[in-house]
Design a protein around this ligand. Structure first.
Ligand code: FES
Length: 170
């Protein structure tokens, strides 16, 4: 039976490598967890947020509603104010349009251009949209206004994620 001897130098090398590895892992693990943790958490994008608007207050005339959304941008929590134009369409369906113009991102207003009544108007470059959010041909926007998902709970309008306009091509 052969006996392999470990020199003092080898023993020190093994010991220092092992201890150094443990110390490095102890320092790196919290950093890796901190870096990866927000990415692994479930996003709250499917949540609906209550507005101050009651369903009973809705008419066929678009009304401006603002509401607060909790934003989680990886490591940073914040609140963002969002706006929607909310109304009931001819079929009685609740419609909530995003006010963000599809040309260069300005904010549209309802019925503020005297030459184009009952349309959404973007005064940055005279963009126009029909009441259902469809862009008016011949004006700068190339697509319709996006829509919020809508829910009604206890008579209160709740708004969710933003989706492409369902009237597209209608
Ligand atoms: S940003 Fe609305 S028309 Fe240009």
């Amino acid at each position: 039976m052969s006996k392999q001897r470990v020199s003092r130098r080898q023993f020190l090398n093994y010991t220092l490598t092992g201890v150094g590895g443990f110390m490095a892992a102890g320092m790196l693990m919290p950093m890796v967890r901190f870096a990866v943790d927000p990415v692994l958490k479930a996003s709250a994008s499917g949540d609906f947020v209550a507005t101050t608007m009651k369903e009973s207050d809705l008419t066929t005339e678009p009304q401006r509603v603002s509401f607060l959304v909790q934003q989680k941008d990886a490591w940073y929590d914040s609140e963002e104010t969002r706006v929607a134009w909310v109304f009931k369409d001819e079929a009685g369906e609740i419609v909530a349009l995003s006010p963000i113009c599809k040309h260069l991102g300005c904010v549209v207003d309802w019925n503020t251009d005297s030459k184009n009544p009952n349309r959404f108007f973007c005064n940055c470059h005279n963009g126009l949209y029909e009441k259902n959010g469809m862009n008016v041909e011949g004006t700068p926007p190339m697509g319709p206004l996006d829509m919020y998902l809508v829910q009604v709970e206890d008579g209160i309008i709740k708004l969710g994620a933003i989706e492409p306009n369902r009237n597209k091509g209608a």
